[in-house]
Each structure stands twice: as C-alpha cells, then as structure tokens.
Design a protein around this ligand. Sequence first.
Ligand SMILES: Cc1cc2nc3c(=O)[nH]c(=O)nc-3n(C[C@H](O)[C@H](O)[C@H](O)COP(=O)(O)OP(=O)(O)OC[C@H]3O[C@@H](n4cnc5c(N)ncnc54)[C@H](O)[C@@H]3O)c2cc1C
Length: 343
Amino acid sequence: MAIPLCYKACSLVLHSPRNGDLFLCNCKYSYSSTKQGQNDFKLIRGQKLLKDLGTWGIGGPCNYFTQVFDHTQLVSAIRYCNEHSLRFLVIGKGSNCLFCDLGFDGCVILNRIEFVERREKEDGVYKVGSGFGFNRLGVQCSNEGFTGLEFAGGIPGTVGGAIYMNAGANGQETADVVESVDFVTIDGRLQRLERPDLNFVYRSSPFQSMPDLAAIVAVTFWLRSSGTSKTRLQEYLERRKASQPIGERSAGSVFRNPSDLGVSAAELIEKAGLKGLRVGGAMISKVHSNFFINCGGSTSQDMLSLIAIAKEKVDTKFGVQLKEEVLYVHPRGKTKTLWRSDS
Ligand SMILES: Cc1cc2nc3c(=O)[nH]c(=O)nc-3n(C[C@H](O)[C@H](O)[C@H](O)COP(=O)(O)OP(=O)(O)OC[C@H]3O[C@@H](n4cnc5c(N)ncnc54)[C@H](O)[C@@H]3O)c2cc1C
C-alpha cells in the first residue's frame, strides 16, 4: 500500500507566454512542515528539440520544456500542466526512449533531482534523487565497498529511469536492491511504496501501469558490504567495452530477451542475417545486434522501420515474436505517452 508522505503546496503565479518565450512560474511550498521556501521553475515554449534530450539523437520539438531540480519544482510543474490541460512527460537521460520527428505536443519535464544521502547508522543504505545518474551511483556504491549496483556502471540513465524500467545487466537488476520508492501522483501527492508492495518483473516495474503516477522522486537502496564490488564493477565495464558499440548513438538493447528460450534477442537478430542492416540513417550495430544505431540523420521513421523489419525477419525465420524494450513516445499520446508494440 502506498504511504502518503507529509506534504503541502500552495499558491502558483503564472505569466502567459508567447511563442519562444522563457517564463517563470512562482510557487510557495511548505514541505514536511519543517522545510519552507520559494521555488521557481522556468518553462520554455516551442524551442527544445527532443533529439537533444535522448541518447539516440532523434526527435522534433516539444511545445513546452522545463527542468526540475527538486521535488517542489517537480510538483509545481505537474500542477501547472494539470491546470493548463497540458500533457506532460517526465524523462531522465532519454536513454530508453524513441522520440518522434513530430516532437511532443505537451510539456517535457527533465528530471534533475540529483542528490545522494547515506544513512549514518545503517551501512549500505543510500537514498538517491531520481535524477541522479545511474552509472554514477553504481560506480560510487561499488567503490565504497557495497554490492548490488555494480551492473549500473555504464548504464547512461537516471535512477528514476532505472526504477521505471527495472534496468539490469549481468544477472543483477534494480529491483534486487530497492528498499522504497517515493513518487508524486498526478494530483501532486507525495507517496511512498515499500519493498513488499513493489512487484518488479524483467524490465518492468509497477510504475509502468500505475494510472496516477506523475513521477518517481527518490529511491532508497539497501546494499550489502563486499570486498569484491570494485573488481566486479571493473569487470562489467570491461565486458561492456568489448561487447557494445561504445560512443555510438543508441538506446541500448532495442528488444527484451525472450523468456525461457535460452537465446538472446541479439543472437536471433544476428542469426537472421541482419547485422549491419541499414534503413536511412538507422543501422543494426555490427558490434551488438540488439543495439540499433543512429549513424547520422536517422529519423524516428527510419528507426521504426528497422525495428519492424527485425521483428518480421526473426518471426519468419524462428517463429519468435520479439518485444521492444525501448519506449516510443507518441507526439500526441495521453499523459503517459509511451507505446510499445506488445501493449
Ligand atoms: C549505451 C546504452 C547502454 C544501456 N545498457 C543498459 C543495460 O545494460 N541494462 C538496461 O536495463 N538498460 C540499458 N540501457 C537502457 C537505459 O539506459 C535504461 O533503460 C535506463 O534505465 C533508462 O533511464 P533514463 O533516465 O534514460 O530513462 P528515460 O529514457 O528518460 O525514460 C524511460 C522511461 O522512464 C520514465 N521515467 C524516467 N524517469 C522517470 C521518473 N523520475 N519518474 C517517472 N517516470 C520516469 C520515462 O517517462 C520513460 O517512460 C542502455 C542504454 C544505452 C544508451
């Protein structure tokens, strides 16, 4: 059951924007009845390109764009969107998203809530802002002698994105070490879900189907101490360097690995003879067949066509229906605008 966290918000003063304007939204908040302050967030209209917000480097403009640096700004932004009937999409590093060339008809909220707190009396407990880099967290915890997040080294997303996707690699996944998740609902309430109420499965979290989720705000991880975490992190990073197209524009694995087949999506794509296949500026990597590369000027349509071809060929040759891990952000979707072909 979600636990409501003590939280109160009030007073929002807005200035009407013209196209291309940057304008300030003022909000006064009291939080947990101990913290009080003035929070502004800046909203930019009609200028920000989604291709600059994702690792694939693909995507047109969003109508509105803002960055939030703490949860009060996040709630202000969400309330602003609600009050103005704007669709919104909260993103981290955009490293698992395929944005559309048509852009996004709504407000993109870039999550920059970046903090790490260690509990003094409890070794291995880290409370982390959802905008903190997942790679950075994995490196920090492993170097500090804690095991459980070594796999995060090299994953270019945020902690919020890793929770939402239940990111994983090398037999570890985010779900294994999560203690609790703080999130904000669409109507601006701050809530917490504890470990027994969090049902994660392979590359999916309860947040993907939570109708009133607005955004994940912070995550508490509980890690065990280990003398080998640092070495393991290095091994995993080396393995990535050897097996993935480092430095290319990708969104990591395009497809989930099929369950119970004992064969990876990459092997199926490679055995279907698709390595290096190109549609426009999109190409199936020659280094890792489940990584699709923007090798210059790829449109979202190029990438969608390449994905469709890979699915069709693998199905024809092996009778296996691959399912996308990457999420397509529809330009005019509902609040959660993510589409996957299996939904
Ligand atoms: C080179 C490369 C290697 C990768 N390797 C791996 C790997 O080994 N394992 C793996 O699992 N993935 C991997 N990925 C994919 C990706 O990095 C992960 O899925 C990552 O967790 C996504 O985080 P993000 O912050 O970029 O999320 P985004 O792409 O920004 O968002 C993904 C989804 O999460 C939602 N979301 C993001 N933040 C929040 C929030 N705070 N609150 C609510 N919803 C939110 C978004 O709305 C969107 O629906 C890789 C990607 C690349 C480019």
